[in-house]
Write a protein that binds this ligand. Structure first.
Ligand SMILES: NC(=O)c1ccc[n+]([C@@H]2O[C@H](COP(=O)([O-])OP(=O)(O)OC[C@H]3O[C@@H](n4cnc5c(N)ncnc54)[C@H](O)[C@@H]3O)[C@@H](O)[C@H]2O)c1
Ligand SMILES: OC[C@H](O)C(O)[C@@H](O)CO
Length: 383
Protein backbone atom coordinates (compact mmCIF):
# COMPACT_ATOMS: atom_id res chain seq x y z
CA UNK A 1 0.00 0.00 0.00
CA UNK A 2 1.25 3.51 -0.85
CA UNK A 3 1.07 4.56 2.80
CA UNK A 4 3.51 1.88 4.03
CA UNK A 5 6.32 3.40 6.06
CA UNK A 6 4.77 6.87 5.69
CA UNK A 7 3.95 9.14 8.59
CA UNK A 8 0.48 10.32 9.44
CA UNK A 9 1.87 12.97 11.72
CA UNK A 10 -0.80 15.59 12.45
CA UNK A 11 -0.59 19.14 13.81
CA UNK A 12 -3.06 19.23 16.69
CA UNK A 13 -4.50 22.16 18.64
CA UNK A 14 -5.18 21.08 22.25
CA UNK A 15 -6.26 24.46 23.53
CA UNK A 16 -5.35 28.09 22.78
CA UNK A 17 -1.59 28.39 22.12
CA UNK A 18 -1.09 24.73 22.96
CA UNK A 19 -0.26 22.61 19.91
CA UNK A 20 1.50 19.28 19.46
CA UNK A 21 2.34 16.68 16.82
CA UNK A 22 0.50 13.38 17.01
CA UNK A 23 1.10 10.31 14.88
CA UNK A 24 -2.45 9.25 14.10
CA UNK A 25 -3.52 6.06 12.32
CA UNK A 26 -3.77 6.45 8.54
CA UNK A 27 -7.50 6.97 7.84
CA UNK A 28 -9.39 4.21 6.03
CA UNK A 29 -11.56 4.64 2.96
CA UNK A 30 -15.03 4.07 4.42
CA UNK A 31 -17.14 4.72 1.34
CA UNK A 32 -16.65 3.35 -2.19
CA UNK A 33 -16.95 6.99 -3.34
CA UNK A 34 -14.02 8.20 -1.23
CA UNK A 35 -10.33 8.58 -1.98
CA UNK A 36 -7.25 8.61 0.24
CA UNK A 37 -4.97 11.59 -0.35
CA UNK A 38 -1.37 12.19 0.77
CA UNK A 39 -1.37 15.85 1.75
CA UNK A 40 1.51 17.70 0.03
CA UNK A 41 0.97 21.37 0.98
CA UNK A 42 -1.31 23.33 3.28
CA UNK A 43 -1.74 27.09 3.57
CA UNK A 44 -2.63 28.84 6.81
CA UNK A 45 -5.88 30.78 6.95
CA UNK A 46 -6.76 33.56 9.39
CA UNK A 47 -9.34 31.20 10.92
CA UNK A 48 -6.63 28.60 11.72
CA UNK A 49 -4.65 31.35 13.46
CA UNK A 50 -7.78 32.48 15.29
CA UNK A 51 -8.47 28.95 16.62
CA UNK A 52 -4.80 28.64 17.62
CA UNK A 53 -4.94 31.94 19.52
CA UNK A 54 -8.45 31.84 20.96
CA UNK A 55 -9.80 28.27 20.62
CA UNK A 56 -13.08 29.50 19.16
CA UNK A 57 -14.75 31.43 16.35
CA UNK A 58 -18.25 32.50 17.34
CA UNK A 59 -20.17 29.43 18.44
CA UNK A 60 -17.52 27.05 17.02
CA UNK A 61 -15.53 26.15 20.11
CA UNK A 62 -12.55 23.75 20.22
CA UNK A 63 -13.59 21.43 23.07
CA UNK A 64 -11.42 18.43 22.14
CA UNK A 65 -8.01 18.40 20.45
CA UNK A 66 -8.44 19.25 16.76
CA UNK A 67 -6.10 18.96 13.76
CA UNK A 68 -5.69 22.41 12.16
CA UNK A 69 -5.59 23.37 8.46
CA UNK A 70 -8.01 23.39 5.54
CA UNK A 71 -6.17 24.95 2.56
CA UNK A 72 -4.57 21.86 1.03
CA UNK A 73 -3.50 20.03 -2.07
CA UNK A 74 -2.36 16.44 -2.24
CA UNK A 75 -1.81 13.30 -4.28
CA UNK A 76 -4.27 10.42 -4.53
CA UNK A 77 -2.84 7.23 -3.00
CA UNK A 78 -5.96 5.01 -3.04
CA UNK A 79 -9.47 5.16 -4.48
CA UNK A 80 -12.74 3.53 -3.45
CA UNK A 81 -14.33 0.94 -5.74
CA UNK A 82 -16.94 3.34 -7.14
CA UNK A 83 -14.53 6.19 -7.96
CA UNK A 84 -14.38 6.74 -11.72
CA UNK A 85 -12.98 10.25 -12.02
CA UNK A 86 -9.67 9.98 -10.14
CA UNK A 87 -6.75 7.55 -10.14
CA UNK A 88 -3.78 6.89 -7.90
CA UNK A 89 -1.12 9.52 -8.59
CA UNK A 90 -3.54 12.30 -9.55
CA UNK A 91 -2.70 15.66 -7.97
CA UNK A 92 -5.75 17.35 -6.47
CA UNK A 93 -6.92 20.50 -4.70
CA UNK A 94 -9.00 19.51 -1.66
CA UNK A 95 -12.33 21.19 -1.02
CA UNK A 96 -12.43 20.84 2.76
CA UNK A 97 -16.14 20.92 3.61
CA UNK A 98 -18.55 18.03 3.02
CA UNK A 99 -22.29 18.78 3.09
CA UNK A 100 -25.11 16.31 3.76
CA UNK A 101 -26.26 16.41 0.07
CA UNK A 102 -29.89 15.91 1.18
CA UNK A 103 -31.12 19.12 2.82
CA UNK A 104 -33.01 21.90 1.07
CA UNK A 105 -29.84 23.99 0.73
CA UNK A 106 -27.81 21.15 -0.76
CA UNK A 107 -30.62 20.26 -3.15
CA UNK A 108 -31.00 23.88 -4.26
CA UNK A 109 -27.30 24.02 -5.15
CA UNK A 110 -26.19 26.06 -2.14
CA UNK A 111 -24.37 23.32 -0.28
CA UNK A 112 -22.13 25.83 1.49
CA UNK A 113 -25.21 26.68 3.59
CA UNK A 114 -25.79 23.06 4.66
CA UNK A 115 -26.38 22.97 8.44
CA UNK A 116 -24.74 19.53 8.58
CA UNK A 117 -21.53 20.73 6.91
CA UNK A 118 -18.42 18.89 8.09
CA UNK A 119 -15.72 21.49 7.52
CA UNK A 120 -12.05 20.71 8.11
CA UNK A 121 -10.58 22.43 11.17
CA UNK A 122 -13.94 23.85 12.22
CA UNK A 123 -14.73 22.08 15.51
CA UNK A 124 -15.46 19.28 16.04
CA UNK A 125 -13.90 18.21 12.71
CA UNK A 126 -10.20 17.59 12.21
CA UNK A 127 -8.32 19.52 9.54
CA UNK A 128 -5.82 18.73 6.82
CA UNK A 129 -2.47 19.41 8.53
CA UNK A 130 -1.90 15.70 8.53
CA UNK A 131 -0.18 13.05 6.43
CA UNK A 132 -3.25 11.39 4.89
CA UNK A 133 -6.78 12.60 4.39
CA UNK A 134 -9.90 10.82 3.14
CA UNK A 135 -12.41 12.74 1.08
CA UNK A 136 -15.34 12.17 -1.27
CA UNK A 137 -13.86 12.00 -4.78
CA UNK A 138 -16.15 14.78 -6.02
CA UNK A 139 -14.61 17.19 -3.48
CA UNK A 140 -11.12 16.55 -4.88
CA UNK A 141 -10.32 18.54 -8.03
CA UNK A 142 -7.68 17.22 -10.38
CA UNK A 143 -5.03 19.84 -11.07
CA UNK A 144 -4.07 20.46 -14.70
CA UNK A 145 -0.46 19.59 -15.65
CA UNK A 146 0.52 23.25 -15.57
CA UNK A 147 -0.79 23.90 -12.05
CA UNK A 148 1.60 22.92 -9.26
CA UNK A 149 0.66 21.34 -5.94
CA UNK A 150 1.74 24.52 -4.18
CA UNK A 151 -0.64 26.53 -6.36
CA UNK A 152 -3.20 23.80 -5.60
CA UNK A 153 -3.06 24.71 -1.92
CA UNK A 154 -4.05 28.28 -2.83
CA UNK A 155 -7.21 27.15 -4.64
CA UNK A 156 -9.18 27.22 -1.36
CA UNK A 157 -8.74 30.96 -0.64
CA UNK A 158 -9.12 31.66 -4.35
CA UNK A 159 -12.46 29.79 -4.30
CA UNK A 160 -13.51 32.02 -1.37
CA UNK A 161 -12.67 35.03 -3.56
CA UNK A 162 -14.48 33.55 -6.58
CA UNK A 163 -17.62 33.07 -4.47
CA UNK A 164 -17.46 36.59 -3.00
CA UNK A 165 -16.80 38.20 -6.37
CA UNK A 166 -19.62 36.25 -8.06
CA UNK A 167 -22.09 37.93 -5.68
CA UNK A 168 -20.84 41.34 -6.88
CA UNK A 169 -22.31 40.56 -10.37
CA UNK A 170 -19.46 42.38 -12.09
CA UNK A 171 -19.97 43.12 -15.79
CA UNK A 172 -17.05 43.78 -18.16
CA UNK A 173 -15.95 47.41 -17.93
CA UNK A 174 -17.37 47.99 -14.45
CA UNK A 175 -15.52 49.49 -11.50
CA UNK A 176 -14.85 47.59 -8.27
CA UNK A 177 -13.54 48.66 -4.88
CA UNK A 178 -12.10 45.97 -2.59
CA UNK A 179 -11.75 46.91 1.07
CA UNK A 180 -8.83 45.00 2.60
CA UNK A 181 -5.68 43.77 0.87
CA UNK A 182 -5.03 40.60 2.83
CA UNK A 183 -5.00 37.30 0.90
CA UNK A 184 -8.78 37.27 0.41
CA UNK A 185 -8.98 40.92 -0.70
CA UNK A 186 -6.01 40.50 -3.05
CA UNK A 187 -7.62 37.45 -4.61
CA UNK A 188 -10.99 39.24 -4.93
CA UNK A 189 -9.18 42.07 -6.74
CA UNK A 190 -7.57 39.57 -9.13
CA UNK A 191 -10.87 37.76 -9.75
CA UNK A 192 -12.67 41.08 -10.35
CA UNK A 193 -10.06 41.92 -12.97
CA UNK A 194 -10.48 38.49 -14.54
CA UNK A 195 -14.25 39.12 -14.68
CA UNK A 196 -13.49 42.19 -16.81
CA UNK A 197 -13.54 45.06 -14.31
CA UNK A 198 -11.96 48.17 -15.85
CA UNK A 199 -10.87 49.62 -12.51
CA UNK A 200 -10.08 47.66 -9.35
CA UNK A 201 -9.33 49.80 -6.31
CA UNK A 202 -7.66 48.15 -3.32
CA UNK A 203 -8.15 49.89 0.03
CA UNK A 204 -6.19 49.11 3.19
CA UNK A 205 -4.67 50.77 6.25
CA UNK A 206 -1.18 49.34 5.65
CA UNK A 207 0.85 51.05 2.89
CA UNK A 208 2.96 47.99 2.07
CA UNK A 209 -0.16 45.90 1.49
CA UNK A 210 -1.31 48.47 -1.06
CA UNK A 211 2.07 48.44 -2.78
CA UNK A 212 1.74 44.69 -3.13
CA UNK A 213 -1.89 45.00 -4.28
CA UNK A 214 -0.76 47.33 -7.09
CA UNK A 215 1.82 44.81 -8.24
CA UNK A 216 -0.72 41.97 -7.99
CA UNK A 217 -4.08 43.09 -9.40
CA UNK A 218 -5.21 46.58 -8.37
CA UNK A 219 -5.35 49.38 -10.93
CA UNK A 220 -5.66 51.95 -8.11
CA UNK A 221 -5.05 51.93 -4.36
CA UNK A 222 -6.20 54.06 -1.46
CA UNK A 223 -4.71 54.24 2.03
CA UNK A 224 -7.67 54.57 4.38
CA UNK A 225 -7.39 57.57 6.71
CA UNK A 226 -8.65 58.19 10.22
CA UNK A 227 -11.47 60.40 8.92
CA UNK A 228 -15.21 59.85 8.59
CA UNK A 229 -16.42 56.99 6.38
CA UNK A 230 -18.03 59.58 4.10
CA UNK A 231 -14.71 61.40 3.67
CA UNK A 232 -12.80 58.16 2.99
CA UNK A 233 -15.48 57.28 0.45
CA UNK A 234 -15.18 60.68 -1.30
CA UNK A 235 -11.39 60.26 -1.37
CA UNK A 236 -11.62 56.77 -2.88
CA UNK A 237 -14.03 58.00 -5.57
CA UNK A 238 -11.71 60.91 -6.37
CA UNK A 239 -8.54 58.81 -6.33
CA UNK A 240 -9.87 56.39 -8.91
CA UNK A 241 -12.19 58.78 -10.76
CA UNK A 242 -15.25 56.60 -10.05
CA UNK A 243 -17.83 59.23 -10.98
CA UNK A 244 -21.02 58.58 -9.06
CA UNK A 245 -19.38 55.71 -7.18
CA UNK A 246 -18.20 52.17 -7.77
CA UNK A 247 -20.41 49.64 -9.53
CA UNK A 248 -19.47 47.07 -6.90
CA UNK A 249 -17.81 47.18 -3.51
CA UNK A 250 -16.47 44.12 -1.71
CA UNK A 251 -15.53 44.15 1.94
CA UNK A 252 -12.67 41.72 2.56
CA UNK A 253 -11.55 43.33 5.81
CA UNK A 254 -14.36 42.75 8.28
CA UNK A 255 -13.45 46.14 9.78
CA UNK A 256 -16.30 48.43 10.80
CA UNK A 257 -14.87 51.67 9.33
CA UNK A 258 -14.23 49.90 6.06
CA UNK A 259 -17.76 48.52 5.88
CA UNK A 260 -19.16 51.97 6.62
CA UNK A 261 -17.04 53.61 3.90
CA UNK A 262 -18.05 50.86 1.46
CA UNK A 263 -21.72 51.84 1.62
CA UNK A 264 -20.76 55.40 0.72
CA UNK A 265 -18.44 54.37 -2.13
CA UNK A 266 -20.94 52.18 -3.94
CA UNK A 267 -23.00 53.93 -6.63
CA UNK A 268 -26.78 54.08 -6.71
CA UNK A 269 -28.10 50.69 -7.71
CA UNK A 270 -24.68 49.11 -7.21
CA UNK A 271 -23.69 45.87 -5.45
CA UNK A 272 -22.16 45.48 -2.01
CA UNK A 273 -20.75 42.15 -0.82
CA UNK A 274 -19.76 41.31 2.74
CA UNK A 275 -16.90 38.81 2.61
CA UNK A 276 -14.91 39.93 5.66
CA UNK A 277 -15.77 38.46 9.04
CA UNK A 278 -15.03 40.80 11.91
CA UNK A 279 -17.22 41.82 14.81
CA UNK A 280 -20.67 40.23 15.10
CA UNK A 281 -22.41 43.61 15.33
CA UNK A 282 -21.44 47.01 13.97
CA UNK A 283 -23.00 50.39 13.23
CA UNK A 284 -24.12 50.06 9.61
CA UNK A 285 -25.12 52.95 7.26
CA UNK A 286 -28.48 51.44 6.47
CA UNK A 287 -29.94 54.67 5.08
CA UNK A 288 -27.31 54.75 2.32
CA UNK A 289 -28.19 51.15 1.50
CA UNK A 290 -31.88 52.03 1.31
CA UNK A 291 -31.75 55.33 -0.54
CA UNK A 292 -29.23 54.14 -3.13
CA UNK A 293 -31.12 50.87 -3.61
CA UNK A 294 -27.90 48.95 -3.14
CA UNK A 295 -28.03 45.17 -3.53
CA UNK A 296 -26.21 43.74 -0.52
CA UNK A 297 -25.11 40.12 -0.20
CA UNK A 298 -23.22 38.05 2.28
CA UNK A 299 -20.78 35.44 1.09
CA UNK A 300 -19.78 32.27 2.92
CA UNK A 301 -17.06 29.90 1.79
CA UNK A 302 -17.77 28.50 -1.71
CA UNK A 303 -20.32 26.47 -3.60
CA UNK A 304 -21.05 24.75 -6.88
CA UNK A 305 -18.50 25.53 -9.56
CA UNK A 306 -16.28 27.80 -7.45
CA UNK A 307 -13.35 25.39 -7.13
CA UNK A 308 -13.44 24.57 -10.84
CA UNK A 309 -13.44 28.25 -11.78
CA UNK A 310 -10.61 28.97 -9.32
CA UNK A 311 -8.49 26.24 -10.94
CA UNK A 312 -9.28 27.56 -14.43
CA UNK A 313 -8.25 31.09 -13.43
CA UNK A 314 -4.87 29.77 -12.29
CA UNK A 315 -4.47 27.48 -15.30
CA UNK A 316 -5.22 30.34 -17.71
CA UNK A 317 -2.72 32.62 -15.95
CA UNK A 318 -5.47 35.07 -14.95
CA UNK A 319 -4.66 34.83 -11.22
CA UNK A 320 -1.02 34.27 -10.29
CA UNK A 321 -1.44 32.75 -6.83
CA UNK A 322 2.30 31.92 -6.63
CA UNK A 323 3.00 35.61 -6.03
CA UNK A 324 1.22 35.38 -2.66
CA UNK A 325 3.51 32.65 -1.31
CA UNK A 326 6.41 33.91 0.78
CA UNK A 327 7.78 30.50 1.57
CA UNK A 328 7.32 26.84 2.37
CA UNK A 329 8.24 25.30 5.73
CA UNK A 330 8.69 21.66 6.67
CA UNK A 331 5.89 20.09 8.71
CA UNK A 332 7.96 20.15 11.89
CA UNK A 333 8.03 23.97 11.66
CA UNK A 334 4.23 24.34 11.52
CA UNK A 335 4.04 26.34 14.75
CA UNK A 336 6.73 28.73 13.50
CA UNK A 337 4.66 29.25 10.37
CA UNK A 338 1.59 30.09 12.48
CA UNK A 339 3.67 32.65 14.40
CA UNK A 340 4.80 34.28 11.17
CA UNK A 341 1.22 34.59 9.92
CA UNK A 342 0.12 36.00 13.28
CA UNK A 343 2.88 38.60 13.19
CA UNK A 344 1.86 39.63 9.67
CA UNK A 345 5.30 38.69 8.34
CA UNK A 346 3.94 36.81 5.37
CA UNK A 347 1.02 36.97 2.96
CA UNK A 348 0.78 33.18 2.54
CA UNK A 349 3.02 30.53 3.94
CA UNK A 350 2.72 26.87 3.00
CA UNK A 351 3.40 23.95 5.33
CA UNK A 352 4.71 20.88 3.52
CA UNK A 353 3.06 17.57 4.36
CA UNK A 354 4.92 15.36 6.86
CA UNK A 355 6.12 13.08 4.04
CA UNK A 356 7.24 15.97 1.81
CA UNK A 357 10.88 17.04 1.28
CA UNK A 358 11.28 20.81 1.50
CA UNK A 359 14.07 22.60 -0.33
CA UNK A 360 15.10 26.03 0.78
CA UNK A 361 12.56 26.56 3.54
CA UNK A 362 10.98 29.84 4.47
CA UNK A 363 11.82 32.89 2.42
CA UNK A 364 10.23 36.02 3.78
CA UNK A 365 12.70 38.35 2.10
CA UNK A 366 10.16 39.54 -0.48
CA UNK A 367 7.92 41.30 1.94
CA UNK A 368 9.38 40.81 5.38
CA UNK A 369 10.35 44.41 6.06
CA UNK A 370 7.21 45.86 4.59
CA UNK A 371 4.72 43.46 6.06
CA UNK A 372 6.12 43.64 9.59
CA UNK A 373 3.93 46.67 10.20
CA UNK A 374 0.83 44.62 9.62
CA UNK A 375 -0.89 42.49 12.22
CA UNK A 376 -2.34 39.11 11.32
CA UNK A 377 -5.88 40.42 11.09
CA UNK A 378 -4.88 43.99 10.34
CA UNK A 379 -7.14 45.26 13.07
CA UNK A 380 -10.26 43.93 11.42
CA UNK A 381 -11.38 42.72 14.82
CA UNK A 382 -11.37 39.05 13.88
CA UNK A 383 -8.35 38.18 16.06
N1 LIG B 1 -16.69 34.87 3.76
C1 LIG B 1 -15.93 33.81 3.90
O1 LIG B 1 -16.30 32.67 3.65
C2 LIG B 1 -14.53 34.01 4.37
C3 LIG B 1 -13.55 33.03 4.14
C4 LIG B 1 -12.25 33.30 4.54
C5 LIG B 1 -11.95 34.50 5.16
N2 LIG B 1 -12.95 35.39 5.40
C6 LIG B 1 -12.72 36.68 6.05
O2 LIG B 1 -12.26 37.57 5.05
C7 LIG B 1 -11.46 38.61 5.66
C8 LIG B 1 -10.16 38.70 4.93
O3 LIG B 1 -9.41 37.52 5.07
P1 LIG B 1 -7.83 37.62 4.96
O4 LIG B 1 -7.31 36.26 5.14
O5 LIG B 1 -7.45 38.39 3.74
O6 LIG B 1 -7.55 38.49 6.26
P2 LIG B 1 -6.46 39.59 6.61
O7 LIG B 1 -6.63 39.91 8.03
O8 LIG B 1 -5.13 39.14 6.12
O9 LIG B 1 -6.88 40.85 5.72
C9 LIG B 1 -7.69 41.89 6.19
C10 LIG B 1 -7.13 43.19 5.63
O10 LIG B 1 -8.02 44.25 5.97
C11 LIG B 1 -7.22 45.38 6.26
N3 LIG B 1 -7.98 46.36 7.04
C12 LIG B 1 -8.18 46.43 8.38
N4 LIG B 1 -8.91 47.51 8.68
C13 LIG B 1 -9.20 48.13 7.51
C14 LIG B 1 -9.91 49.31 7.18
N5 LIG B 1 -10.48 50.07 8.11
N6 LIG B 1 -9.99 49.63 5.88
C15 LIG B 1 -9.40 48.88 4.92
N7 LIG B 1 -8.71 47.76 5.18
C16 LIG B 1 -8.60 47.39 6.47
C17 LIG B 1 -6.03 44.79 7.00
O11 LIG B 1 -4.91 45.65 7.06
C18 LIG B 1 -5.76 43.53 6.21
O12 LIG B 1 -4.84 43.76 5.17
C19 LIG B 1 -11.34 38.20 7.14
O13 LIG B 1 -12.27 38.94 7.87
C20 LIG B 1 -11.69 36.72 7.14
O14 LIG B 1 -12.24 36.30 8.36
C21 LIG B 1 -14.21 35.18 5.00
O1 LIG C 1 -12.07 29.57 3.92
C1 LIG C 1 -13.04 29.08 4.72
C2 LIG C 1 -13.01 29.84 6.01
O2 LIG C 1 -11.73 29.97 6.52
C3 LIG C 1 -13.90 29.26 7.03
O3 LIG C 1 -15.17 29.27 6.56
C4 LIG C 1 -13.81 29.99 8.36
O4 LIG C 1 -13.38 31.29 8.16
C5 LIG C 1 -15.12 30.03 9.11
O5 LIG C 1 -15.36 28.78 9.62
Amino acid sequence: MATDGKSNLSFVLNKPLDVCFQDKPVPKINSPHDVLVAVNYTGICGSDVHYWLHGAIGHFVVKDPMVLGHESAGTIVAVGDAVKTLSVGDRVALEPGYPCRRCVHCLSGHYNLCPEMRFAATPPYDGTLTGFWTAPADFCYKLPETVSLQEGALIEPLAVAVHITKQAKIQPGQTVVVMGAGPVGLLCAAVAKAYGASKVVSVDIVPSKLEFAKSFAATHTYLSQRVSPEENARNIIAAADLGEGADAVIDASGAEPSIQAALHVVRQGGHYVQGGMGKDNITFPIMALCIKEVTASGSFRYGSGDYRLAIQLVEQGKVDVKKLVNGVVPFKNAEEAFKKVKEGEVIKILIAGPNEEVEGGLDTTVDEKKLKEAKACGGSGCC
